[in-house]
Design a protein around this ligand. Sequence first.
Ligand SMILES: N[C@@H](CCC(=O)N[C@@H](CS)C(=O)NCC(=O)O)C(=O)O
Length: 377
Amino acid sequence: MSRKLLVVLLVVLLAALALAACGGAKETAAPTEAAAATTAPTATSEQTAAQPTEKPAQQEGEGTLATVKARGKIICGVNQAVPGFGFLQPDGSFAGFDIDYCKALSSAVFGSPDKVEYRPLNAKQRFTALQAGEIDVLIRNTTWTLTRDTELGANFAPTTFYDGQGIMVRKDSGIKTLADLEGASICVSSGTTTELNLADQMASRGINYTPVVFETADETTGAYLDGRCDAYTTDKSGLVARQSMFPHPEDHMILDETLSKEPLGPVVRHGDDQWFDIVKWMVFATFQAEESGVTSQNVDEMKNAEDPNIRKLLGTEGDMGAKLGLDNDWAYNIIKQVGNYAEIYNRNLGPDTVFNLPRGMNSSWKDGGLLYSPPFR
Ligand SMILES: N[C@@H](CCC(=O)N[C@@H](CS)C(=O)NCC(=O)O)C(=O)O
């Protein structure tokens, strides 16, 4: 047997073992990533996601933009279980803040928001799917971390939603602070920063707890609602989103404490600078449009604005689109078809939605928030 074949066989065997280990029991006693960190430097639960079964969407040696254009659609890795962000609706369509960013990318590339195939992925599957070329972009409440940015082969576009991890408990539990969770069981999803932060925060505060780990949000919240855990933890946005699906949302509350920083945004693979630039500037276009007061409603009039920044953004002046390999009306199309950041936020999370999330850090820098676009020039 050739050495190469032997290596391939070994890899397949290891992958099968990893799959058997994750797939068998849905619940594990300890956080897998944390456990991996304290033992040998083996794969974390993020890295032991299901192996790719389908043919990669991207052909070798071809840039993602060319692949996407030849295919006629973008394959966007998304969440299907977090209302307001990425959610599969009863009619089979996807909706949410992250979904709108898939649409914005489609508008930038194709001049239409509908050239998207949505690929639902759970937390553990997402980085393998990205690495394997099964998706062109991951827009799925994904936190930017150093490990993901390096070892996991991911490049992070600007943060579209600044979040932090929170804890939900039943109102009648008497639990008011993190310290009250001494001896508690806490439901958490695997392959997430949530799982790691929880272990770190509880250890540093000397609070003993039992993590009860599941692969999907449905399993995690299902177990919490069944009374198998005293608390449920994820990003605060995720808590609010999932709470909206509970039979009695009013029976639950989110503790004031925030356990971590969770900057969420789109992600692409390492190795394709042009595609990375497109995804980055697609996000910046939504920020800049809000900064400049350009909306889906006034974008046509704004084409005649005097402000050179607006003219460059909308393609009336300069050749910003060409620099990205796109048509010059790429950003005009995003704003016209999907909207500026405020429109995207309000449509999915704003005052007219069940979530009514205050903008807070997710305000434009002009309003004291963290959203800031570099110059369009
Ligand atoms: N932002 C965190 C957490 C993201 C995450 O996947 N959260 C879970 C808990 S709500 C989720 O979205 N699960 C949906 C599912 O896979 O069913 C991360 O990037 O690791």
